[in-house]
Design a protein around this ligand. Structure first.
Ligand code: ASP
Length: 471
């Protein structure tokens, strides 16, 4: 039986009451060993600490000074959370002062390493003060462990680090430390000791990598909801909560729209077979949702979740004898790669292909390439279609906008005959025209595309129709 790794995100850490409940959890279960913390999240009209630090880093890079009013806001965030817990302003100021030392390091670092240093500091500030609270106010044997000291090495872009083999080895040393370990998420270093961070929301990743390294029994992620619902509660009234869901099912749902966990956080724990338990910090009685490798399938309920996205477009490409042209698909995909446009789905016919792409992919966006971060300019879709047609020597390239995608997911779907017909009958009874339909080869998901031009709400309606059919 390994230990439990418990992760507390920005929401959990933005309120003294919640920080207290998090501490209570360690009293309740002694196998909770590692507390992985995000920086303080959104508090009333104050911006998030990481955003303040990011703005400050940009100002320092551009104008040479970290604006004092941003530090004051960061200070207020920490006063708000820690003063009611019995930590003095003096102690909080002492910890906040770390920022001044970091700002001075601007001279020694590249811009991106400096950004990483400053942005990751929110996790450090919170975790240091949390340790003071756990030790001095609550009397726990708690210890702050710094990722830099343990050798939590990341590689790649300083703002989008990936864990290294050495880090996995070094993190095992956490098991030798007695008592509760308070471990800040998101930031780390590279092998040259330069500051690094995971991508935004990366505390989920830290907790995942720590869980894998120490062979945790469970990776708990404490949130503001009871777990994962079968459909978005803003779309379907009182949807069923999932008690158990497989990583692969969640992956299909998050790909479309479910916001459960940092996408990259799931893969390592899935490979290691460690269950993730999503739980509600304000409803401790509730067991939450377990994300697992395998679950018992209830054939009466083949579908586990329904997700949707709006504002996608279908790009139709037609070319006579396309199927005989070796490399056609490769050339097509290469053009998308070069333009940094991510493709959600592909459906094919003998002489045609349809690529499903989110409309936002054409907008200006930040891309990490090699060692630097760049802004990719807005791409004009019609011009891009002309470019595609010319380069592929295609007969037709046409973009159709304002589409919606609905994704129906469930491991039980594979074992259920007639599932597709239940979906299509339910939709046709309600007068919904299906523009495309695609079943993934895993038979774990079915994607339906509809037109939102005349009815902006149609994707949401389809989610409700399918939900009522299966739940
Ligand atoms: N504080 C970081 C962010 O806002 C990391 C995290 O919260 O997971 O992205």
């Amino acid at each position: 039986m390994g230990y439990i790794v418990s992760k507390f995100g920005g929401w959990a850490n933005a309120d003294s009451g919640r920080v207290k409940i998090a501490a209570d959890l360690f009293e309740m279960k002694p196998d909770r060993k590692i507390k992985v913390n995000s920086a303080i999240g959104k508090i009333k009209d104050l911006p998030k600490v990481t955003d303040l630090l990011s703005d400050g880093a940009e100002a320092t890079i551009k104008k040479g000074v970290f604006p004092e009013d941003l530090i004051e806001k960061i200070r207020l965030n920490h006063y708000y959370v820690f003063e009611p817990l019995g930590i003095s302003k003096k102690k909080i100021d002492e910890v906040i002062n770390i920022l001044y030392d970091y700002i001075k390091m601007k001279k020694e670092l590249s811009d991106d390493h400096f950004r990483a240093l400053m942005m990751g500091a929110g996790e450090e500030l919170f975790s240091r003060l949390d340790t003071v609270y756990l030790k001095e106010i609550r009397g726990f044997n708690a210890k702050y462990v710094d990722p830099r000291d343990i050798g939590h090495y990341l590689m790649g872009h300083p703002l989008d680090g990936k864990v290294t083999k050495e880090a996995e080895e070094n993190l095992k040393k956490l098991l030798d430390i007695e008592g509760i370990i308070v471990y800040p998420g998101f930031f780390a270093i590279d092998k040259k000791n330069r500051p690094m961070i995971y991508s935004r929301g990366g505390t989920d990743k830290t907790a995942a990598d720590v869980s894998v390294a120490i062979g945790a029994s469970v990776y708990e992620n404490w949130k503001e909801v009871d777990g994962v619902y079968s459909a978005d509660p803003r779309v379907v009234k009182n949807p069923v909560l999932m008690e158990e869901v497989t990583y692969k099912e969640i992956r299909e749902l998050t790909y479309i729209s479910f916001n459960v966990l940092h996408q990259e956080a799931m893969l390592p724990v899935m490979n290691a077979g460690i269950p993730i338990n999503l739980r509600n910090l304000t409803n401790l009685e509730h067991k939450g949702t377990f994300i697992v490798n395998e679950r018992k399938i209830n054939l009466d309920r083949p579908v586990i979740g329904i997700a949707h996205i709006e504002n996608v477009c279908f790009i139709n490409i037609e070319k006579c004898l396309m199927n005989e042209e070796i490399g056609f698909a490769n050339n097509l995909l290469k053009i998308f790669e070069e333009h940094r446009i991510s493709i959600d789905q592909i459906t094919t016919g003998i002489d045609s292909m349809c690529l499903i792409v989110s409309e936002k992919e054409f907008k200006e966006k930040t891309v990490h390439s090699g060692v630097s971060e760049q802004i990719r300019r807005e791409i004009e879709p019609e011009e891009f279609m002309r470019w595609l047609k010319e380069n592929l020597d295609a007969d037709l390239v046409q973009i159709r906008k304002k589409k919606g995608l609905i994704c129906v997911v469930g491991e039980g779907m594979r074992h259920t005959i007639g599932l597709l017909s239940r979906i299509s009958v339910a939709l046709s009874k309600n007068g919904v025209n299906i523009e495309i339909i695609d079943q993934g080869p895993s038979e774990r998901n079915i994607i339906i595309g509809v037109d939102l031009e005349d009815d902006k709400q149609l994707a949401k309606k389809v989610v409700n129709i399918i939900y009522n059919e299966f739940f």
